[in-house]
Design a protein around this ligand. Structure first.
Ligand code: TRP
Length: 453
């Protein structure tokens, strides 16, 4: 019965799709501004700790849930724990992914505007202050960002409708290698700029006095966001993995690729910013205001390089974003398809339409709807805060508890060892982290940083 379910055609296809989900705006847009806001290298160290000790084990746990249930996250808990309340963890995941996709697509849409702007050489001859004005007037414009948001969601929709193998897997196999090439070339260009030293120091030389109180929640949220964890996105992809996929190895590959791209994103951005004396803590607009300016100034003697650098950078962002939006879309589409028996096409249409609504509201909240707030923040920022800093870590904690405490040990072991074909290796460490470390660490961070007591 289970063999009729479509899956990825190859192991490498599965790895690239999962890496495609992980590598996204989180690496090149969110990671640099979070790093910039929290003082650089010291933040990165805390972040790496979160990836290694919480991210990796939770990723393996998600993979196990997906592959052993052969269902997307919205249904997998009902398959593995029938008749229990665990199903709510799956539903929470579907809701989280849907909300993230809504506001994420807004930023993804911006990348298309910037490709166009860079492509028609619209950045040349701008003065530094012009970039601020043009970003603000663009992002606050009631129409233009909505247009790009819809275009981006339709591109995502198109790939999703083509299916798991011909859509998701095939597009990842083309886009991911392209993305690696662009990241590496841009990073090399950036470190050859004069004064790039300062940027590298900011990234790699920790100053622990810069660690302020919100750093742990931010690093934790960033780790979940960047690795696509805590909502069953990777567990949904794992439901398409073959029996021979090695879950531990795949998790190590995905986390390594994701971390490398984030660090290389920093290597592209900070040396370039410092080389022209721009401060790195500009926040979410960093890559849209600071960078185009940086590119023009850094390569001011060689305009053709500035041109190529700018266009490739925004193409890179768009590619990275697309492989991620696909993965979030898939979670909701597969849920409607499996739970309510809708065709993929119909399910995808509903998801796309719903995301357009959330996206439009988030986008307008940066302009004409600025005065509407949730938890004291604009709607866009509130969505980012609630999903990345609360819902994902909470989902991750529940997933850890589910696999660590509830799920039958022999099933967990079988997934870990591919039915005894591989050694148990770090199995005990893995279970110890899921049972104790991750629930305690995540609760402690919540209690401290959300002032729960
Ligand atoms: N990880 C992606 C990024 O870094 C975004 C993403 C895709 C995501 N799927 C997710 C974030 C699931 C959280 C949960 O841009």
């Amino acid at each position: 019965m289970q063999d009729t379910r479509v899956g990825f055609g190859s192991k490498i296809g599965g790895i690239l799709a999962a890496a495609g989900s992980a590598v996204g705006l989180g690496n090149i847009w969110r990671f640099p501004y979070e790093t910039g806001n929290h003082g650089g290298a010291a933040f990165i160290l805390v972040y790496l700790g979160c990836v290694l000790f919480l991210g990796l084990p939770i990723m393996v746990a998600e993979f196990s849930i997906g592959r052993s249930s052969k269902a997307s996250t919205g249904k997998s808990f009902s398959v593995l724990a029938p008749g229990t309340q665990w199903k709510w963890v799956g539903y929470l995941g579907v809701l989280t992914g849907f909300l993230i996709l809504g506001y994420y697509s807004v930023v993804a849409g911006w990348t298309l505007e910037y490709i166009l702007e860079a492509g028609i050489n619209g950045f040349a001859n701008n003065r530094p202050e012009d970039f601020v004005v043009s970003f603000q007037s663009f992002s606050q414009n009631p129409w233009k960002p909505l247009f790009w948001l819809i275009v981006f969601l339709l591109m995502t929709h198109y790939i999703i409708v083509k299916g798991v193998k011909n859509g998701i897997e095939k597009s990842s196999k083309i886009m991911m290698p392209l993305l690696f090439i662009i990241v590496i070339v841009l990073a090399i260009c950036s470190i050859t700029l004069p004064n790039s030293q300062k940027g590298l120091e900011f990234l790699f030389n920790p100053d622990f006095s810069k660690l302020n109180s919100s750093v742990f929640l931010s690093a934790l949220g960033q780790a979940f966001f960047s690795l696509s964890l805590g909502m069953g996105c990777l567990s949904t992809y794992a439901s398409y993995f073959g029996k021979d996929a090695k879950l531990g190895n795949t998790a190590v590959s995905v986390a390594t690729i994701d971390t490398l791209v984030a660090i290389l994103g920093g290597v592209i951005i900070f040396p370039a910013a410092f080389s022209v004396g721009i401060q790195p803590d500009a926040g979410p607009s960093l890559i849209f205001i600071t960078l185009p300016n940086v590119f023009q100034q850094a390569f001011s003697g060689i305009p053709i390089l500035a041109y190529i650098f700018s266009v490739s950078f925004y193409v890179l962002l768009a590619l990275a974003a697309l492989t991620s939006t696909i993965s979030m879309h898939e979670v909701s589409t597969a849920f409607l398809n499996e739970k309510y028996g809708m065709s993929r096409g119909r399910a995808a249409k509903i998801v796309t339409a719903g995301c357009i609504v959330i996206g439009v509201i988030s986008s307008l909240s940066l302009g004409v709807m600025q005065d509407y707030t949730l938890f004291g923040k604009g709607i866009f920022d509130a969505l980012d805060f609630v999903t990345a800093k609360i819902m994902l870590p909470l989902g991750g904690m529940l997933i850890s508890i589910f696999v660590g405490w509830y799920l039958d040990k022999s099933r967990v072991k079988n997934e870990f060892t591919n039915y005894g074909k591989m050694k148990l290796g770090l199995f005990n460490v893995y279970i110890f982290i899921l049972k104790y470390v991750s629930p305690l660490a995540i609760s402690a961070i919540f209690i401290k940083e959300l002032n729960l007591i």
